[in-house]
Design a protein around this ligand. Structure first.
Ligand code: CP
Length: 340
């Protein structure tokens, strides 16, 4: 589905394609809404198969296929795990980042994408600070494009790896999903929801597999209309009350780079919304704690909780590798009906 925020005018002379034609390429992953629940399930199952496969056998799957990583924003987890996932399947990768490329000289997303395609790139993994950039790149190049985070809009592979982590803890033994897999589970998301592509992708994905999503945070970072984003999404402003209802607790970083003049009293924020060991023990002693990273210790989460027994933060990172292997295999084989 195409995002509401468009970053540039169409430059094609032909009539614009209807919105429903996105994504053009069956291997693209621009939004979690590109995937049916069955499609999500297939990716989760394939991630597990690939993770368990012998590394020597696995590296023929995308042998010598060329994949470009195009990163306009900094990243540790997403960039590294995509790169390692591509390499684990035998692909050749190249990284283009905004700080060391002709992007610095003003080259557009479209021209950068066309240049990468002319050099033989068969798929592009894009992180960009503008919402909708992945759609523009796909429209320009017609290559499979994987959205590795576009502005405040979506981060689909993060939501998939979050789902895999939640399943491991709350539905042990289950690898795939169905519309009722997480029935009876409340996943709380707390923090800077307004600016969070991670929250948005999870809000689109988790209710489709049966979870209730409970949003928590101050009005500045969580507008009332967020509760109307879709079915299965509610708001609870009281952090302790939200914790008491939740089996999974997802904490988010305050994104200082996106606050754009918004004034926030950080001491007040910490007093009301910081996840501490005391709060966790009192209200959610059995919940699994998630965070997409990077974490800011002592801000949204204490070091004790981040390193504690309920934390699955590093499991999320590890799950990113398996999920991204499955996503990249799909990217380069979907046109031929899937699997190399
Ligand atoms: N979760 C996530 O997207 O982290 P990075 O910004 O480090 O990639």
């Amino acid at each position: 589905m195409k995002p509401a925020i468009v970053t540039t005018r169409r430059q094609r002379s032909t009539p614009p394609a209807p919105v429903s034609s996105f994504p053009y390429h069956p291997g693209s992953l621009l939004s979690v809404l590109d995937l049916t629940v069955d499609g999500v399930s297939q990716l989760l199952i394939r991630a597990t198969e690939l993770e368990n496969e012998d590394p020597i056998g696995r590296d023929h799957i995308l042998a010598k296929r060329r994949i470009a990583l195009l990163f306009y924003e900094s990243s540790t987890r997403t960039r590294t795990s995509f790169e390692l996932a591509c390499k684990a399947l035998g692909a050749d990768t190249t990284l283009v980042s905004s700080l060391s490329s002709s992007i610095e000289k003003g080259e557009s997303v479209k021209d950068t994408g066309l240049t990468l395609r002319a050099l033989g790139a068969e798929a592009i993994i894009l992180r960009h600070n503008s919402s909708g950039a992945a759609w523009l790149l796909e429209e320009s190049t017609r290559l499979p494009v994987i959205n590795a985070g576009d502005g405040m809009h979506e981060h689909p592979t993060q939501a998939l790896l979050d789902l895999r982590t939640i399943l491991t803890h709350l539905r042990p033994g289950l690898v795939g999903v169905a519309p009722d897999t997480l029935a009876g589970v409340t996943v709380m998301i707390t923090g800077d929801i307004l600016h969070s592509r991670v929250a948005r992708s999870n809000m689109q994905l988790l209710p489709r597999v049966g979870a209730r999503v409970l949003l928590c945070g101050p009005k500045e970072l969580l507008p009332e209309q967020a509760a109307r984003s879709g079915p299965g999404i509610e708001i609870e402003r009281d952090f302790d009350a939200a914790l008491a209802q939740s089996q999974a607790v997802m904490m988010l970083r305050i994104q200082a780079e996106r606050l754009a003049g918004l004034q926030l009293d950080l001491d007040e924020y910490k007093a009301n919304y910081q996840l501490t060991g005391q709060r966790l023990a009192a209200h959610a002693p059995a919940a699994v704690v998630l965070h997409p990273g990077p974490i800011i210790r002592g801000m949204e989460i204490t070091a004790g909780v981040a390193d504690g027994v309920q934390s699955a933060i590093l499991e999320q990172v590890t799950n990113g590798l398996a999920i991204r292997m499955a996503v990249m295999e799909r990217a380069l084989t979907a046109e031929n009906g899937g699997r190399a």
